[in-house]
Design a protein around this ligand. Structure first.
Ligand SMILES: [Zn+2]
Ligand SMILES: [Zn+2]
Length: 218
């Protein structure tokens, strides 16, 4: 869930995540994310790079220390990225008054109170958009929930179908020069099916979230 950060430029507690990018390794989502934030007060933009990336650059800086300039280059880059985190600290939501929140329609909480939209986050990876996530906060039971847009839901069903098709194909039509290699390839097929099941669960969860939190028209 996203938190509000204090903007280093205008000092307002108005820095919201507007976009987040997932990082992939070996074709799989790693859970590592880069966040793009925008100040709702002065429109300043801040990018929060993942700490793993910053630490890798710190290691590079150390390794390249004998070669002065590359070492300095990585050290400055890592420092700049680390500062974006510390200069724009998280602020408690309770201390925020009169800040421009995303003006999006509200949705009903499961406790039947009206929950307001507190964040709009575009999800994606490099150039592939994975839909938009709206986050809501209920003022009565303080529950937080997220609702994905149609594209985010369609994408999940698409991902589940493609993964299942690939998995089944690999299991039913094993390829490989020997029986052992065929068997190990079938193992990959099972892994694809497992990812497909995971995507299908996410799909079902997103559909459920939309249905149980209908839009509230004022
Ligand atoms: Zn600002
Ligand atoms: Zn509630």
């Amino acid at each position: 869930m996203t938190a509000v950060r204090r903007c280093v430029q205008c000092k307002a507690a108005a820095l919201f995540v507007v976009r987040e990018w997932q990082h992939k390794a070996l074709g799989l989502f790693t859970g590592v994310k880069t966040f793009e934030l925008e100040c709702q007060n002065c429109r300043a933009r801040v990018v929060l790079h993942p700490w793993t990336e910053i630490n890798v650059e710190r290691v590079f800086a150390f390794v390249f220390m004998p070669a002065l300039f590359p070492g300095l280059f990585f050290w400055l880059r890592a420092r700049k990225k680390a500062r974006a985190w510390t200069e724009n600290p998280i602020v408690e939501r309770s201390s925020i008054e009169g800040i421009a929140q995303p003006r999006e329609p509200s949705r009903r909480c499961e406790c039947s109170a009206i929950a307001t939209c507190v964040a709009v986050v575009k999800e994606g990876r490099l150039t592939l958009p994975l839909g938009t996530r709206h986050e809501y906060q209920c003022p009565v039971c303080t529950a937080r929930f997220a609702v994905h847009d149609a594209w985010g839901i369609v994408f999940m069903s698409f991902a589940a179908a493609v993964l299942a098709a690939v998995g089944l194909l690999v299991i039913l039509v094993p390829s490989g020069p020997t029986a052992e290699i065929q068997a190990s390839n079938q193992g990959f097929g099972v892994a694809f099916l497992a990812f497909s099941a995971f995507a299908a669960l996410l799909f079902a969860w997103r559909v459920r979230q939309r249905l149980t939190h209908p839009l509230v028209t004022p």
